[in-house]
Ligand binder design. Structure first.
Ligand SMILES: CC(C)(COP(=O)(O)OP(=O)(O)OC[C@H]1O[C@@H](n2cnc3c(N)ncnc32)[C@H](O)[C@@H]1OP(=O)(O)O)[C@@H](O)C(=O)NCCC(=O)NCCS
Length: 133
């Protein structure tokens, strides 16, 4: 795993798809932010990008390489960045990274990454082709 300095010298890439604040309601009894809450933000954010690309309803079919690199704390500003890596016939592979800005700090730190795969579907949930630009 890269050291903190290397992590901090990088900047987020991709599109800012969601930004929110980690709240006390998102914690477990130990006061730590739930990984599941973070995954939900990543799914919401990358889903926005997927449906914008497909111009139709999409469903999440797979999540790969989920890595929690640093903890998220109450009060952190949580930003999800995503980009379309590849488009198949009906599916889209979308890497997502979460970067946080700690409370009262300016620098951003990457805390989580994963690759989400979405499938474009019709109103009945059947796969439909994604139009390529
Ligand atoms: C997504 C879904 C419609 C795909 O149905 P399916 O019968 O597997 O359809 P297909 O075999 O035609 O596959 C469709 C595409 O999904 C891809 N795919 C299917 N399973 C996959 C997996 N586990 N990982 C990555 N891609 C997958 C296929 O490669 C194909 O991509 P392509 O068209 O770009 O080549 C179906 O699996 C489904 O409804 N899953 C539940 C989705 C859901 O509810 N998500 C939210 C969970 S709470």
């Amino acid at each position: 795993m890269p050291n903190d300095d290397a992590e901090n010298s990088e900047q987020p890439k991709g599109e800012l798809v969601i930004r929110t604040i980690a709240m006390p309601a998102d914690t477990n009894p130990n006061g730590d932010i739930f990984g599941g809450w973070l995954m939900a933000q990543m799914d919401l954010g990358s889903g926005i990008l997927a449906s914008k690309m497909a111009k139709t309803r999409v469903v999440t079919v797979a999540v790969e390489g989920m890595s929690f690199l640093q903890p998220v704390k109450v009060g952190d500003t949580v930003a999800c960045y995503a980009w379309v890596e590849s488009v198949g016939r009906t599916s889209m592979k979308i890497p997502v990274e979460v970067w946080v800005q700690r409370y009262m700090h300016t620098e951003q730190t990457r805390v989580t990454r994963a690759v989400f795969t979405y499938v474009a579907v019709d109103p009945s949930g059947r796969p439909v082709p994604v139009e390529r630009l």
